[in-house]
Write a new protein. Sequence first.
Length: 269
Amino acid sequence: MRGKSSEQIMEEQPGARAERGFAPQAVQITQLSRTYRTGGTVVRALDEVSIAFPVGSFTAIMGPSGSGKSTLLQCAAGLDRPDSGQVTIGGTDLTGLDETALTLLRRDHIGFVFQSFNLLPSLSATQNVELPLRLAGVRPDRATVARALAAVGLADRAGHRPAQLSGGQQQRVAIARALVARPAVLFADEPTGALDAATGKELLATLRTLLQDPDAGLDSIVMVTHDPVVAAHADRVVFLADGRLVGELLRPTAAQVAARMTGLEADRC
Ligand SMILES: Nc1ncnc2c1ncn2[C@@H]1O[C@H](COP(=O)(O)OP(=O)(O)OP(=O)(O)O)[C@@H](O)[C@H]1O
């Protein structure tokens, strides 16, 4: 698969994949390992993790600090290279791609949202949403950008700069920017971490709506969070400890998630 061309990737559009029945999973991760070496220290951040995120699923990843949550998200999104294992999105194994093909796949099929909104302060909401398209050399279609902002409830804030928006509105701009290219998968690392509880709840409701909206073209959302209340908004919560998957809960309550986390924290002591 190494050196796969962009044409080959484009043939495997996520939208086509379900129709053709090739890959019922939005993301398939197989025996993923990632080791960090700093000085004489070796940290196995991910240790042969295998997990799939089905089409239509909203998954939360939880675990104690340092358990490998962000590393898993970064490797799954093609932002970091694992030592071994596979990540398959839209029928394409990311780990087999050269840098150019990986950049194209990320651009066309993967959205990423961070805790810090990472908006450019001098640009309007519209210009921030357009930015990834412009950086990719694509002329932004006005209607597409307007639709992306409307989908996150910001049709009437398109001309505002980040300083003129609330935290929740800024994160909505970041989500519109992540979704403007209609990616198959949205990866979110603590998307509500900088928001108050009520604003975070609204944002999670918007993510759920986007996942259910056929026009958004979104197959799956994978979110890292430390907050059991936030995790309980997902369909499934998976738990990591010491770089390994150690369990999952389906449609759990916040109390169930909190209890499982307390158990994992106690195991570390
Ligand atoms: N760039 C890096 N260099 C060295 N070690 C790293 C690096 N990134 C992560 N690690 C180590 O890998 C392990 C997993 O880190 P990771 O950030 O994935 O955990 P996490 O579960 O997201 O943690 P947190 O909840 O604190 O954000 C930790 O022990 C961390 O110190």
